[in-house]
Design a protein around this ligand. Structure first.
Ligand code: OAD
Length: 249
């Protein structure tokens, strides 16, 4: 994973043909209305924390407790937040859509699954999982990881958050690229387009001939790569947009 607004013009362009294979990419913006902080907005997580201090393998080697505490706090916060209308609209759309549907999220919260999404890949990992640094086995993790926490496989304190840090390879990339190359509609929701490879998905989809739509609070860094744009809060824009796709089926 690597890190890298103009007028808010919403462009509505009719989809050239009815979509049969849809890939959706979500980012922190879709969870903002649930009260989960984004990364790069003015009150975002990277305002208070340097990425190099909490989101790299080197940071974990240097100060494991600091890194664990950062993710422990975010894991604990999941107990206080709930899916919002945008998460629910995606889950309900997936149930009704007769074609193929894949939801890829950069988010490490569990709000999509709690809303009922089924075909879901967490490309940047999950707060509610921990991984053994030695065997790479992944375990459910609902409480804090402390210096006393031991992994079930080696019974040593080698658990780390199951989170993709900067400099590490995102998860499920082969499956995701294959789905992008076969989709005819790609939706990007609530992501600023600063972090690759996710920010490059729109180009893979458009090269494969897909229609591409950005749904975001404001134009993203990569807005020019999308054919269609809808600006506003995901919870306001997404339910109506997805219903219009179903109505066209
Ligand atoms: P960012 O914080 O970079 O961007 C969030 C985007 O959501 C911004 O473009 C906002 O304008 C938009 N936004 C905010 N509220 C919104 C709302 N209610 N409705 C719609 N859009 C809204 O978050 P990401 O793009 O997801 O990686 O960041 C990508 C990755 O960078 C994250 O997965 C994270 C981070 O480093 C890891 O930690 C592994």
């Amino acid at each position: 994973m690597t890190a890298h607004s103009s007028e808010h013009a919403t462009t509505h362009r009719t989809h050239p043909h009815l979509p049969r294979r849809i890939v959706v990419l979500t980012g922190a913006g879709i969870s903002a209305e649930s009260g989960v902080r984004t990364f790069r907005d003015s009150d975002g997580l990277w305002e208070n924390h340097r990425i190099e201090d909490v989101a790299t393998p080197e940071a974990f080697e240097r100060d494991a407790t600091l890194v664990q505490n950062f993710y422990n706090a975010r894991r604990a916060q999941l107990n206080d937040v709930h899916p919002n209308p945008a998460h629910r609209a995606l889950a309900s759309f997936e149930q009704q859509f007769p074609g193929e549907f894949l939801l890829v999220t950069q988010n490490v919260d569990d709000l999509h699954e709690r809303a009922g999404s089924q075909h879901l890949l967490h490309m940047h990992g999950e707060l509610k999982s921990a991984r053994c640094s030695r065997t790479h086995n992944v375990y459910q993790q609902h409480t804090d990881i402390t210096p006393d926490s031991r992994c079930p496989c080696c019974n040593t304190p080698t658990l780390r958050p199951h989170i993709v840090w900067f400099g590490e390879m995102p998860l499920f990339m082969d499956d995701i690229v294959q789905a992008l190359e076969q989709c005819d509609l790609f939706l990007s929701i609530g992501t600023s387009g600063h972090v690759y490879p996710a920010a490059g998905f729109v180009e893979i989809a458009s090269q494969a001939g897909a229609h591409t739509v950005e749904i975001n609070l404001e134009p993203s860094r990569i807005k020019d790569n999308f054919a269609e744009h809808r600006y506003g809060k995901a919870g306001d824009v997404l339910p109506g947009y997805l219903q219009s796709l179903l109505d066209a089926q």
